[in-house]
Design a protein around this ligand. Sequence first.
Ligand SMILES: [Fe+2]
Length: 587
Amino acid sequence: MNILGINTGLNSSAVLMKDNKVVFAIQEERLSKMKNQPGFPTLSIQAALKEGGITLDQVDKICVAGKSSKIPHSRNDDLNKFHERYQKIRNAWFGEGENFFLKLAQKGIKKITHADKKENVKKLDDYLKENHLTSKHERFDHQLCHAASAYYGLAKNRNEKYLVFSLDGGGDGRTSAVFIGHDNKLEQIATSDSFSPACLYAHITYIMGFMPHEHEYKLMGLAPYAQPKYANIAKDLLYQFIGFDEANPLVLTNTPKYSEVRNSGSPQKQVLIHDLYKAVLGLRFDTLSAGLQLLAEEVAVNWIKAGIKQTGIRKILLTGGFFMNVKANKLIAEIPEVEFVNAFPSCGDESNAFGAAFLGYQKLRRENSPEIEFEGCCIGTEATFDIEEAKSKYSDKVNFEKVGNINERLVELLVDRKIVARCSGKMEFGARALGNRSILASPDDMRIINKINAAIKKRDFWMPFAPASMEDKLDLVVEVPASLKEAYSPYMMFTFNVKPAMYDKIAAGIHQADKTARAQTVNPEIYPEFYDIISRFYQKTGIPTVLNTSFNLHGFPIVQGACDAIDVYLNSELDVLVVGDYLITRK
Ligand SMILES: [Fe+2]
């Protein structure tokens, strides 16, 4: 049985299941080279069919995440909605006229989103018709897809009950939902279409001059630098825009003043946005970020506590774009009542393709068919798929040295303080590089941050890099809450408090203001090669951790294969590139 799951919204994607297993998954951005590319994932579907060795005729069911037939045509579709709303407010305040800063921002965004590219106006139905898929397709509700990705992907024992929380900026008209997952079924017990904490986060991201639905993590990273007493004042101020239903705290609501606001749109939404803009104008950037983050953390923790109190279920699964907030996830993991917690990797809309495929399988499976298995995120294109093409294209610019024990050589380079780009094995799905498309370095020297930034990343100065640690040595590095001791954090979905003894040893991978780290816990079964690299580094240095950041040029998606990797290497000052068994250096 072949099942295709697709997300046609922001960061579109495709997932191929063969029977009960996911065999391939990819985001359109990796193929189109446009970060967070939205729309029908034509290239991803082609790649999935090629990798699966099948044709479209052999697809039994195509499962679409979301009920709507409308498809965003470019990243600007989403951004323009923000521009229009805020321009109206500025015009009312200051009169109509050219806004220099907005113009500058739009110019930058145009460059990133290729907004000048000719936009098409096709709908989902047009694409399905063109590909003769109309009769094979089924659309699944947006929040249900989020929940399905987490439940079928992460719940190890389907006989037990799991409480699944989905929270985002909106899909199919709703912004949150709570489900009980049990016996391979999902039962919705609460939902809302209110102006959610994720909506609030997106709007403040925009107000602060960042890209909404993409740069929220930069505000989260900025938050620990603020003074707590001012952050608390900002948090209280923001609470006028977010509420709980007093009768049922599992339902997130609007406060009475904005009770008519709906995710699908209402005249009062513009009033709320006007009042929000006015309320935060003049607040210091770090104070506003911290107040927002405090609110997001409080709302999330109270929501999960309310769910446990109401249902008695202590196994928690998190999904939807809001839960990319690794600091809120940390606090959820530390709630004493939480027995187990996990968050679906890269749980923005890109992962809804998994949810749709899982729901499709559940519909087609027979009584004794095996349960869905999701074995991790490294399920994309193999790094060396184009190595021969790369050799003929770049042999005048780089040396290709085939190395017997490439991991040992890579570790020697790390110990020698070199920055190594690694493009090996199958590409990771999602926002986080997990070792296979990563820039690796020794974590014990802060100067490496400047070196990586000068070589390639140009990361915002307040944002930390992340450590990747051997799972069985994790207790040496960070404090691990009991709720994470079963699944740990293989997809970088949680932060941890770093143990003081490790502050110097992994200094470059720690948030300098609060001494936390968004650690990837590297399990030898999920990541055999990456685990081998870190354990060799541990043998040589006594540090069971390497620095890991994604392998991409600033503002562009993570690299796919050998040609991409060499192209980025040649456009950077990275020391060395590893592709499969090849050590690649400049001529
Ligand atoms: Fe969503």
